[in-house]
Write a protein of this length. Structure first.
Ligand SMILES: [Zn+2]
Ligand SMILES: [Zn+2]
Length: 338
């Protein structure tokens, strides 16, 4: 089959590789659509927990074309999405409802071959049948939406909370929609790119502001006592350092954007103490595929405006370069198409 391979850091190729072999407890999925995400870039730059060589890709949906001999609940031809996080089910964290911290964690597209390929094998226990009417594009968004579901389970949104989000990339734009449904009184977003600002407004942001000399005054005018919730969806350390000042006392800060592994920021523990702040991390997802599918199937989260490029596998190198340069929103690969 044809696949994208990262043989080592900062190197990529689209080449022919052997088809995946279906283990007894696995299914093989013909990939219909798969999304490129910031994690893939971190993998490419060797800033993440994967080894080389790797076939990346962890956001995907497709059709089952092979079923392992021990699998009883899936059939050939069924459309599925796969939770790329493979939990062991028996470690301390798995047995404590915290599977995203599984001690024996494996990731499709991270520690084992992923979906930037015509076919991908995965354990059947991680596959979810797609409801009728959910598109391939939506199926490939279930994983990122699941990460937002996990984040919203970590946060405690109170009716009337003022929300401030930094970064209107695809994840920021999903967060806007999710937080608009959570009872927040305002969802304000800060973003550099004009198109993304317009999209944020279209998708429910109560205000979308570009950074500049007037930013501080604009943010403070909207929430004189500060924001109950501040979300970082940029992953940029220098930006994160500027975000805490907008939290109101008792506020919650959510670190959602993925920062390079060795990055540090300056932070005042005194402010944390004096203002009763809560700082929340949100790593990947934790059995949140089902609520994410329900959000997508019911139109709570609209992902179609977030797709800027939909290209065949062969165009991966050019699309990935554009993505890395920040010139895209979500790029989806269509491995079946030429
Ligand atoms: Zn991702
Ligand atoms: Zn485990």
């Amino acid at each position: 089959m044809q696949a994208v391979v990262f043989p080592k850091a900062e190197v990529l190729a689209v080449e022919r590789v052997p088809d995946p072999i279906c283990a007894p407890d696995e299914v093989v999925v013909r990939v219909a659509a798969t999304g490129i995400c910031g994690t893939d870039l971190h993998i490419f730059r060797n800033e993440y927990m994967s080894d080389f060589p790797v076939i990346p890709g962890h956001e995907f949906g497709g059709v089952i074309v092979e079923v392992g001999k021990d699998v009883t609940d899936f059939k050939l031809g069924e459309r599925v999405a796969v939770d790329p996080n493979l939990y062991c089910g028996h470690c301390y964290f798995c047995r404590n409802e915290q599977s995203n911290h599984c001690l024996n964690w494996q990731g499709v597209g991270i520690t084992r071959p992923g979906s930037f390929a015509e076919y991908v094998a995965a354990p059947a226990r991680a596959a979810y049948k797609l409801p009728e009417g959910l598109s391939d594009a939506q199926a490939a968004f279930i994983e990122p939406v699941s990460c937002v579901v996990h984040a919203l389970k970590r946060l405690r949104v109170w009716p009337g909370d003022e929300v401030l989000i930094f970064g209107a990339g695809p994840m920021g734009l999903i967060l806007v929609q999710a937080l608009r449904h959570s009872g927040a009184s305002q969802v304000v977003i800060v973003e550099k790119q004009a198109e993304r600002l317009a999209l944020a407004r279209q998708l429910g942001a109560t205000a979308a502001i570009s950074p500049g000399p007037d930013l501080d005054a604009a943010l403070r005018a909207r929430a004189p006592y500060g924001y109950a919730i501040v979300v970082d969806a940029t992953g940029v350390p220098a930006v994160i350092e500027t975000e805490f000042q907008y939290l109101k006392p008792r506020g919650q800060f959510l670190q959602f954007g993925v920062v390079p592994k060795n990055a540090t920021i300056r932070f005042s523990p005194y402010d944390l103490f004096q203002h009763d702040w809560t700082v929340i991390g949100s790593f990947a997802l934790c059995y949140t595929f089902q609520p994410a599918i329900a959000w997508l199937a019911n139109g709570v989260v609209d992902i179609n405006p977030l797709i800027s490029h939909s290209v065949p596998l062969a165009q991966f190198p050019a699309a990935f370069a554009q993505f890395a340069a920040g010139q895209t929103l979500k790029v989806q690969l269509r491995p079946g198409s030429a």
